[in-house]
Write a protein that binds this ligand. Structure first.
Ligand SMILES: [Zn+2]
Length: 111
């Protein structure tokens, strides 16, 4: 499953940065184009981190909308689909957000 492999990748990054310290919350940005369901991602996270040092940590998913900037009319528009076209009809657009998949911050348990 798509979400499981994403969570495994995130867990690897988090473990690297936590350096053995207990992690409480992991906040990530996920772009619209990644087509992941936040709830599924959170559930997958629990599966992936079970029996690891990250067990019990919470994954907070920040959904980043797909936004394009039109090179024809200059407008920025949030899109629901992966059809990159400005409402003005132009497909001459620049993707400004929507492809994110990054770990934004970790909240560590105070030792
Ligand atoms: Zn336009």
């Amino acid at each position: 499953m798509h979400e499981l492999s994403i969570c495994a990748a995130i867990a690897g990054i988090v473990e690297q940065h936590a350096e053995g310290r207990p992690v409480e919350i992991v906040r990530i940005d996920v772009g619209h184009l990644r087509q992941v369901v936040p709830e599924t991602l959170q559930y997958s996270w629990e599966l992936v981190v079970a029996d690891t040092p990250l067990a019990g940590s919470v994954l907070e998913v920040n959904h980043v909308p797909l936004v394009v900037r039109c090179d024809a009319c200059g407008e920025s528009t949030e899109l629901d689909t992966a059809v990159l076209r400005c409402p003005c009809g132009s497909t001459d657009v620049t993707l400004t957000s929507g492809e994110e998949l990054l770990v934004r911050s970790l909240e560590l348990v105070d030792a």
